[in-house]
Design a protein around this ligand. Structure first.
Ligand SMILES: [Zn+2]
Length: 264
């Protein structure tokens, strides 16, 4: 272990994780949890497995802090979506290293980050790192389908295991390489959400013999629905324009690092 670089250590762990089939359904994430537990134990990091059913375990490990600062949770999931081997150039569970890139189902979503987080906590433990608040590593089951075997179950049944003031999770943004060793990792501090509401439209009933006295609520609602649709379309277009502008600015900054705003 001592002769490996952290990059080599993360690469090897990622390959071993990819070679475990944790396609969800059915998941079988206990395979990955046990591999991670054994890997962390080599660096003296104790890990607990929490499982609603034996074959779908979540793993939680921590470097205890001095109790003087906030806790940080490095959060990840070990299940993957399906892979049809016929659509792949090589075996989706090969974990093959080709031209400096690791191939396989889950390499990006998200066994790569599972491996990086695990190597981070293992290497910090080997260095004797003592954080002010707990540093927690959680590799959870059932993110892709969400039938309550993973984080929702863990938070509800074992809140003390994963409770934290801060959390770093997947899907935050891109890695931007500006050249010359200047690499930025974008992060996202919020996510889109639904916003349900109830709209009540009042009218007045009439009679077939005197339709003129009616004030039909459905007809009024139809106008409102059309206007809501127009409002939504306008906002979506404005949002897409904003994202496109951001992308253009980043692309320009990559071409011309001097154009980078100092506050980025
Ligand atoms: Zn994911």
């Amino acid at each position: 272990m001592a002769t490996m670089t952290l990059r080599e250590e993360a690469t090897e762990l990622l390959q071993r994780l990819i070679r475990l089939d944790t396609v969800n359904p059915p998941g079988n994430e206990t395979l990955a949890a046990e591999l991670l537990r054994d890997y962390l134990a080599e660096s003296g990091v104790a890990a607990e497995l929490y499982a609603k059913v034996p074959e779908r375990a979540n793993l939680v490990a921590r470097i205890p802090g001095r109790g003087e600062g906030p806790r940080l949770l490095l959060l990840s999931h070990t299940d993957t979506v399906l892979a049809d081997a016929a659509e792949w150039q090589l075996d989706p569970w090969s974990g093959e290293l080709r031209d400096g890139e690791i191939w396989g189902r889950g390499a990006l979503d998200m066994k790569g980050q599972v491996a990086a987080n695990a190597v981070a906590i293992a290497s910090l433990a080997r260095e004797g790192f003592e954080p002010s608040g707990d540093l927690i590593f959680a590799a959870t089951a059932d993110e892709e389908v969400g039938e309550d075997f993973g984080l929702s179950w863990l938070c509800r049944e074992h809140p003390d295991a994963v409770g934290a003031e801060y959390c770093v999770n997947e899907g935050a943004g891109d890695r931007i390489d500006f050249g010359g060793g200047r690499i930025f990792y974008l992060c996202s501090a919020a996510e889109k959400m639904s916003s349900p509401f109830r709209l009540i439209v009042h009218g007045r009933s009439g009679h077939a013999s005197m339709p003129g006295i009616a004030d039909n609520a459905l007809v009024k609602a139809a106008t409102l629905i059309v206007r809501l649709a127009e409002l939504g379309a306008g906002r979506a277009a404005a949002h897409a324009d904003g994202l496109a502008d951001d992308r253009l600015r980043l692309a320009e900054a990559q071409r011309n690092p001097g154009s980078l705003r100092p506050d980025l």
